[in-house]
Design a protein around this ligand. Structure first.
Ligand code: ARE
Ligand code: CA
Length: 500
């Protein structure tokens, strides 16, 4: 009996960090990579809130080294120099105001948190708030950190280490980044204070950068010292922060994701890799009828899932073969599948255009980020892609919100790359990744009536700008998805965006 109580207690603690605390009816987040705080606040109010997005993952918020020798690359933000809240995205007052404004319209903020390491060794020494570092002394006076706060002896992680040596993956330097010693009480306190400060400003949770490179025992101590989410910002009392740990695990490595799921949620990299392969024509969609743990994925409630992220869209961090905005038809197919399927806590990527993998966000000659402009058709300008503003993507976010916790039912496929399924009696979706047309009468599970396909167009008053689907008394409807259509998806649901 005592043992059972202990087990239940452990379970409750882990579950506590696996709830994103979305506002009611919301189910998906977007990573607004490199966006500025003022712009995110405006985007919450004018777009994300009204369109039903549940949250935003923001780029690292604390001061980082400015790396002019690479023309201010995006990855300088993964080289912290202090925990002051000043970056190219804005200052503390702007950050606080963003969190408040987003929470006010039902959109939560999750911070990408970097505390495995500080900077690498550079000829440049100055941070985004003017802090300096002395690398040969491991000295970061604005925290302050010194030599004893880092792992000794100094060593650098090699490719082979990932397969043999968990201790080297945790205690050596990732890419030569000075590796903090989270076993130290002093270091833990700096990290916990930083994160609790963010909680006091109203954030709902954290992405833990490079979690694989830290000991689960240390992380557990840090998580348990975090404060509950702030009731001032509308979180229920006693709510723990949502924590998703970046652990890249395709199997066979010395460090396993299973060491981290007892603590909190984990990024599921197999998810985007398998779906990218299939929508790229390298696997058949028919096989996805049992998508989930049967494929070796994490338990759904443990998984933060996505197609591409800011690393693998550039071919790094377990990348390669990942669909991105650069292959829009296949990409929108994969994203639609992610959002139509009940698996996990999905995250949509929102990018800026790039050809050079190092290139930072659109910026002026002084290195200041240039805001996304908004075109009359709702798309973005100034070099920003804004995938989250593509109607096929935000339309599927509304679909996911509408179908809620319903199961996948009435799976249909043609033994190849044409598939369709229902989500309870709330939604129906079909995909055609074959090079011939889909033309079938299928069970949609929806109540009799007329619906607008949200992919080829949408509702405009009492008519559809795209396809109109008439569901008969028996729930069946004629579904046509031509191989040469602009999109390979058709989706209808019981919500106001689709039902006539
Ligand atoms: C930069 C330069 C380096 C330089 C270094 C130090 O590019 O040349 O040596 O600075 O000065 C990002 C960039 C890095 C960049 C770093 C710091 O990607 O290029 O280094 O910022 O500015 C592993 C980790 C995983 C990590 C990926 C990228 O396990 O945690 O590598 N992902 C996160 C972030 C990154 C970020 C960091 C961590 C560092 O998402 O954006 O790096 O904060 C197998 C393993 C994986 C391993 C992968 C490496 O797949 O399973 O675990 O991922 O190989 O490709
Ligand atoms: Ca480490």
């Amino acid at each position: 009996m005592f043992r059972l109580i202990l087990c239940l207690a452990a379970l409750t603690v882990a579950l506590a960090y696996k709830n994103p605390h979305y506002a009611s009816g919301r189910t998906a987040m977007v990573h607004l990579f490199e966006w500025k705080w003022d712009d995110i606040a405006a985007e919450c109010e004018r777009f994300l809130g009204p369109r039903g997005f549940g949250g935003v993952q923001v780029s690292p918020v604390n001061e980082n080294l400015e790396i002019w020798s690479f023309q201010r690359p995006w990855w300088e933000r993964y080289q912290p120099i202090s925990y002051r809240l000043i970056t190219r995205s804005g200052n503390e007052q702007q950050f606080a105001s963003m969190v408040r404004r987003c929470n006010n319209v039902g959109v939560r903020i999750y911070v990408d948190t970097v505390f495995n390491h500080m900077t690498g060794t550079w000829n440049e020494h100055t941070g985004t708030d003017g802090s300096t570092a002395n690398y040969s002394q491991w000295s970061y006076p604005s925290v302050p950190y010194g030599r004893n706060d880092f792992n000794i002896p100094q060593c650098v992680i090699s490719g082979d280490d990932y397969y043999c040596c968990a201790d080297r993956v945790r205690n050596c330097e990732l890419n030569g980044l000075k590796d903090l010693y989270q076993g130290s009480e002093y270091v833990r306190t700096q990290i916990v204070n930083f994160m609790n400060h963010l909680i006091s400003l109203g954030v709902a949770g954290f992405r833990i950068d490079a979690a694989k490179h830290m000991w689960p025992g240390d992380l557990s101590v840090i998580y348990d010292r975090l404060h509950n989410l702030s009731t001032t910002y509308g979180f229920p009392s006693g709510a723990r922060p949502f924590i998703y740990q970046e652990v890249i695990d395709f199997g066979y490595e010395a460090v396993s994701r299973d060491e981290y799921t007892p603590l909190a949620a984990v990024t599921e990299f197999k998810f985007g890799r398998e779906l990218s392969r299939a929508f790229n024509g390298k696997n058949r969609l028919r096989w996805f009828y049992n998508w989930g743990t049967s494929w070796g994925l994490l338990a759904s409630s443990d998984a933060l899932n996505f197609i591409d992220n800011h690393d693998n869209q550039r071919g790094s961090g377990g990348g390669g073969d990942i669909l991105t905005y650069k292959q829009p038809k296949q990409y929108k197919g994969a994203i639609a599948f992610m959002l139509a399927h009940p698996y996990g806590w999905p995250r949509v990527m929102s990018s800026y255009a790039f050809t050079n993998n190092d290139a930072g966000p659109p910026m002026d000659s002084s290195g200041n980020t240039v805001s996304a402009s908004i075109n009359p058709d709702n798309s973005c300008g100034n070099g920003w892609i804004c995938e989250h503003r593509w109607s096929q993507i935000y339309g599927m976010v509304a679909f996911r919100n509408c179908v809620g916790n319903t199961n996948v039912t009435n799976w249909w496929d043609n033994n190849s790359n044409q598939i369709a399924f229902c989500r309870g009696n709330q939604g129906f979706v079909a995909f055609n990744n074959d090079n011939w047309d889909l033309n079938q009468t299928l069970q949609t599970c929806l109540p009799t009536g007329s619906y607008c396909d949200i992919i080829s167009g949408g509702k405009s008053g009492n008519s559809c700008t795209g396809k109109r689907i008439n569901v008969g008394w028996d729930g069946r409807a004629s579904i046509i998805l031509g191989a040469n259509e602009y999109d390979m998806v058709l989706a209808i649901h019981a919500g106001i965006e689709s039902r006539l």
